[in-house]
Structures are given as C-alpha cells and as structure tokens.
Write a protein that binds this ligand. Sequence first.
Ligand SMILES: [Fe+2]
Ligand SMILES: [Fe+2]
Length: 314
Amino acid sequence: MVATYSFESALKLAAKVNWQVEDIIGGDQQLNFAQRFLPETLANVSGIHCLNDAEKLKLNQIRGNSYLHLFGLVEEFIVPTVIGHLKTNGLTDITAAQALLHFAEEESKHIRLFRQFAKAFERGFGSRCECIGPAHEIAAAIAQHSPLGVMLIILYIEWMTQYHYLESVRNNSFESLDAQFCSLLRHHWLEEAQHTGLDTLMLEQLAQTLSPTEIETGIEDFFKIVAFLNGGLMAQAQLDIASLERATERTFTEAEKAEIQAIQQPSYQWAFIGSGITHRNFVQVFNTIGPSSQARLAEVSQQYQVISFNEYLP
Ligand SMILES: [Fe+2]
Ligand SMILES: [Fe+2]
C-alpha cells in the first residue's frame, strides 16, 4: 500500500521523541487565562458579531477545554484498537509487537496529558463547562464497529493533528496564544506524526485478511462513525453556548445563539472531521482500500469543508 513505512523505522523514530506529561504541564507551567488557547483556524470566534473581545476570549478557551475532552475521548478507542490488533497478529514479528505496544503506551500518555490540562482548566477558568460524554461510553459505541472502520477513523484523526499544529500553530506569529496550549499541540503532533505510519501498516495488514464484503462493511462503518462523531460535535457546540452564558453571566437571545451556532458548528466539523478526511495521505490510503468508495468520500467531505465565515456576516 505505502512502501515507506516499517515497524522498525517507527520504533527508531519513537525513541527520538520521548517527552513526559510533566515536561508540558504542572509546576510553573500553568495555563494563562489572559490568552487564547486555540488558534483562530480551530476555534473561529473572531467573526461572531454578538460577542465582545472578552467574550470571544472566553469562547476560545471553552473550545480549548472541549479540545482536551474530545481528544481524550478518541484516544480511549485508539488504545484498545491497537492492543486488539496486536492480539490478533501475535508476537511472531516481535519488532511490530514492540512498536504497537509503544504506540498504545503513547496514546495512554496522551490521555493523561489531556486530563492534566483539563484539570488545570477547571482550576483556573472560573465557571463550569460541560462536554459530551461519558467519554468511555462514546468510545465503546465507536469500538463496536468493525476494526477496519475504526482504524480508518483513527488514521484520519492522526493526520488531523498535523493540521492542528503544523498549519495552525507552528510559524503562527500573528496570534498571541497560550504557551502551554501551543506546547500541547506540538508535543501531541510529534508523536501522532509517527502513529500515522503505524496506522497505515495496521490497515495494510488487516485489509489483506478481509474479503471484499468485509472491506465494504468496514468502509460503511467508517461513514457511520463519521456521522456519529458529527452528532457529538453538534451537541458539543450547543453545550459550549451554555458554558459561555455561565462564563459571561449573559443570557443570549435566540438570534445571538443562532449566530454563534452558525459559526461554531461548521468550525467543529472542519476542525475534527474535514481537516482529517481531506488530508491527502488519508485519502490515498482510503482509496487504496476502498477504490469503489472514492466518490462517496469526496461527496461526504464536502459536508465538512472549511467554511467561508464571511457568509455569516450581516
Ligand atoms: Fe494521541
Ligand atoms: Fe496517535
């Protein structure tokens, strides 16, 4: 499928990047609530006319908090999927086994990283923010699908973090963002960048064992999970508006809520679905596994494209 990846090179690369949660958050390293947590490309608060600057800052930070919860959530189905693949393939290829165990260990570390950040947020934000969940129930609902469908989801999520760091935060000198949050996005991406190779290798191994009907089921499951995730994101955008009302001690009119929703819902869709499923490396792997579904992927991707925020301006 893609000849450039190997379990051996993944292991070597992993040894080079080996940070600890405590290097990134805790002690003197705390969130700075005077600054935005996410870049505008991910949070999209600037174009909301019914909010003043202080309220936009609050909404940006609420989006930062939901980012922590949403990623903590997806990592919860990545770990058992990787372990499940290892169980199926056994220890004959011991290098592959070590690489997969390391992969699962890193994702467990990421869950701890996101939880530590979420605790720091809760300590400093000043009001209650709600997130969709419980995370383990959502993760379990996703994990019920076929391994092929779940692995395709994981692959796009890992490529998505590239957009979240490389194209949003690195070299971003025009926004003054919280240093700890930038560090989180950078360190997460450093390891996710290697996971994309391991995901591709796992998918290659799995696809070789599947019949055409099983491949079809897996592809169908992929689209079902995308729709399921989208439902969760839309619910999260609603919860954010309630969190913003509490944070700003303001009650929004229906028109104001509609404006926030009209910008935030597509923002969530692009940040957590579109930026991953349109990534060329994801599309390449997807099209190799399910060539007959290429057109469907392209069609579904249209629903999650980056939006022009100008269309919401009065
Ligand atoms: Fe991760
Ligand atoms: Fe990962």
